[in-house]
Design a protein around this ligand. Structure first.
Ligand SMILES: [Zn+2]
Length: 159
């Protein structure tokens, strides 16, 4: 398992500790440095949207939020930056299916509820799900982690 410089809790308190609803650019700046990501203005803006509060956002949602006030960043830059953040371990990628990829600021191991109707993703603590049986992993590989997506929908009132 990868060991991260600090846990999500620490990350959140680091960011929300000083600046209220939006993390200060200087905080993001030092955080990016810590993850060995060179902090360009665009990366700081994207990290700010992604890390200020814990959510699961799609690349398109991030794109929209980053450019809400004025056009800061192109779509390609957002995608490239998100890939870089994932590679460096700053955020985690949660792939529901190829058209539904979320970026998660909680980088610790955990499971998710995925609501098929509204497309929302919610965290489930690691110890809330036990996987009783796993097949032998393919030759030459080992199980790195098991993260489960539980798909939910609105209960049918008729039962
Ligand atoms: Zn999550």
């Amino acid at each position: 398992m990868r060991v991260l410089p600090f846990s999500h809790g620490e990350l959140t308190s680091r960011i929300t500790g000083i600046g209220g609803p939006q993390a200060a650019p200087e905080q993001i700046f030092s955080l990016l440095n810590k993850y060995k990501i060179s902090p360009t203005r665009q990366r700081i803006k994207i990290a700010q949207v992604l890390l200020t509060c814990h959510t699961h956002k799609s690349a398109d949602q991030i794109l929209e939020e980053v450019n809400r006030e004025r056009a800061y960043v192109s779509k390609a830059t957002v995608y490239n930056t998100l890939n870089l953040f994932v590679k460096k371990g700053l955020v985690k990628e949660v792939v529901i299916d190829p058209s539904k990829v979320f970026y998660d600021s909680n980088t610790s191991q955990h499971h998710h509820f995925y609501n098929e109707e509204n497309g929302e993703l919610h965290d489930v603590d690691l110890d809330k799900i036990t996987v009783a049986k796993l097949p032998e992993p393919p030759e030459g590989t080992e199980v790195q982690c098991v993260e489960v997506v539980v798909r939910v929908r609105k209960r049918n009132p008729a039962g």
